[in-house]
Design a protein around this ligand. Structure first.
Ligand code: HEC
Length: 95
């Protein structure tokens, strides 16, 4: 029993140390063409409501992590949609 309690504490310390939850996307995850196409659709439908659709080349991979972590909540994207939009953007942002 004591062992169980201790591992419970260890697990919660681990969870807390994982950092702020708002940074859901930290790198690429989805790479299949269906998922990238889905990301494109979400991007085109969700990201032109408040301003015109931004150019994917506006930011590099790291820049999109920061911008999307501010914009995905505005566009009310789920973590998965956020991730798919990110993966789409970094698949087309290279010059
Ligand atoms: C609810 C309104 C709203 C939605 C939806 C929205 N944005 Fe924005 N966006 C803004 C506002 C306001 C600004 C200017 C202020 C700022 O930069 O935070 C902005 C600025 C930007 C900028 C310029 C600043 C930068 O960091 O380059 C980019 C790029 C951008 N948005 C991308 C997106 C993407 C991608 C999406 C879709 C996931 C999106 N936005 C959805 C309101 C919105």
């Amino acid at each position: 029993m004591k062992k169980l309690v201790l591992s419970g504490i260890a697990a919660s310390v681990f969870l807390v140390s994982c950092g702020p939850k708002s940074v859901a996307v930290t790198g690429p995850k989805y790479t299949s063409s269906e998922q990238l196409a889905q990301g494109k659709t979400i991007f085109e439908n969700s990201c032109a409501k408040c301003h015109k659709l931004p150019e994917p080349a506006k930011h590099d991979d790291k820049g999109w992590i920061n911008t999307l972590s501010r914009m995905a909540p505005k566009a009310k994207l789920s973590d998965d949609q956020h991730q798919m939009v990110y993966d789409y953007l970094i698949s087309v942002n290279k010059k």
